[in-house]
Design a protein around this ligand. Structure first.
Ligand SMILES: Nc1ncnc2c1ncn2[C@@H]1O[C@H](COP(=O)(O)OP(=O)(O)OP(=O)(O)O)[C@@H](O)[C@H]1O
Ligand SMILES: [Mg+2]
Length: 355
């Protein structure tokens, strides 16, 4: 094979994002890893200035200018990149001054995400944690539901024998509480039928949930959407997806006290990892609110059942949502700071031929 073609193929298959900026600090080349990192295609990004591509462009612009001036290799460690269309990234960068085909000076930029491995480890931890919790809940629910049935039956028998209405109130309490506990166990277990997988337009699901949450909130919430119309249909159970999204969006509405902004964004991610599994295409749904955020201690536990930060919460919403999404081999992640809480649903997009 021609050496130029080999070089091009190597560049496109590298894990490091490679960018080339000309002397006017406009992007002239972006490899595939760079497309994934910036969440932009090379076609879309080339020709744009560094300030259009990165929100906090000063860090890169200074280094680009220094590299152009000094013709040296410069490096910058732990640089935080704020991208307009992707989550914040911490990267190590290298800037090398080179010349293009016409002898014009330009800068080769290599970006390596340093929290990439950390993210994979955290996601694996989340997946294992979720599986362990589900197993625990299943075992526990089984042990509780059996004696509960007996308890309820006995209370019903007793009720028939009791003639005194005042005493019947007690058996009513036993029956009522047994029913409540059973309903709680059922909702902790999630739906027990097999998912009904079909082609689902995720935007229709999102819009239906939006309508529901807006109706509940009485119209004070402001919804914004930023949908990627090229997102193909998902192979999923629409009811389960709707329940998961509803649990997340309802939390956002509650955190906002039904008065604030909720933004729903969809994107396609190519060659994207969910935990250690790499998928060719992944649908990414970000549900962002500008509420008070979740404090760090609570944030580490919110996907566990019965963990709540609300006085009237049962703490089941997110653990159910996570279980529903994981039935689709997906994952829910959360990042939060005051004024910006993002719940991200990642769902692998399977081709019709894939299982
Ligand atoms: N968008 C958000 N902003 C702030 N806090 C949140 C947000 N989403 C979730 N939380 C916090 O996470 C906790 C757990 O949420 P989860 O949905 O699991 O339970 P819940 O809302 O308390 O109860 P349930 O959903 O079962 O009625 C919430 O109580 C809340 O403190
Ligand atoms: Mg909730």
């Amino acid at each position: 094979m021609h050496s130029e073609a080999v070089a091009a193929r190597l560049l496109e298959n590298m894990g490091t994002a490679v960018l080339v900026f000309d002397s006017r600090m406009q992007l002239t080349y972006l490899n595939h890893a760079g497309e994934v990192m910036l969440a932009h295609s090379a076609r879309h990004a080339c020709g744009r200035s560094v300030r259009e591509l990165v929100k906090n462009a000063e860090v890169l612009a200074d280094q680009l200018a220094a590299a152009l001036a000094s013709e040296q290799v410069l490096s910058h460690r732990g640089c935080l990149l704020e991208l307009p269309d992707a989550p914040k990234l911490r990267v190590n960068c290298t800037f090398t001054s080179i010349t293009d085909d016409d002898g014009q000076p330009c800068v080769l930029v290599e970006l390596r995400q340093i929290d990439y491995q950390l993210r994979i480890e955290q996601e694996e931890h989340l997946i294992t944690q979720q599986q362990a919790t589900h197993e625990l809940v299943r075992g526990l629910a089984h042990e509780i539901k059996n004696p509960l049935g007996g308890l309820r039956g006995a209370a019903q028998l007793l009720e028939r024998e009791i003639k005194d209405d005042e005493l019947r109130e007690y058996t009513q309490i036993i029956i009522g509480e047994a029913d409540r506990l059973r309903a709680l166990m059922d909702s902790m277990l999630g739906p027990n039928s097999l998912p009904k997988i079909q082609a689902v337009n995720i935007h229709e699901v999102l819009e239906r949930v939006r309508g529901l949450v807006q109706a509940e909130a009485g119209g004070k919430l402001r919804f914004h959407h930023d949908y990627d119309p090229s997102l193909p249909d998902l192979q999923a159970d629409p009811d389960l997806l709707m329940q998961a999204v509803l649990n997340i969006m309802r939390n956002a509405a509650q955190a906002l006290g039904n008065d604030g902004d909720i933004t729903v964004r969809t994107r396609i991610q190519r060659n994207f990892n969910i935990g250690i599994r790499k998928h060719r295409l992944v649908a990414r749904i970000d549900i962002t609110d500008n509420g008070p955020g979740i404090d760090e201690v609570l944030r580490k536990q919110i996907f566990y059942p019965m963990i709540t930060g609300r006085s009237d919460g049962t703490g089941l919403g997110l653990s159910i949502a996570q279980a529903l999404i994981s039935r689709h081999q997906g994952l829910i992640e959360c990042s939060s700071e005051p004024g910006e809480t993002v719940f991200t649903i990642l769902l692998p997009l399977k081709g019709k031929h894939e299982s």
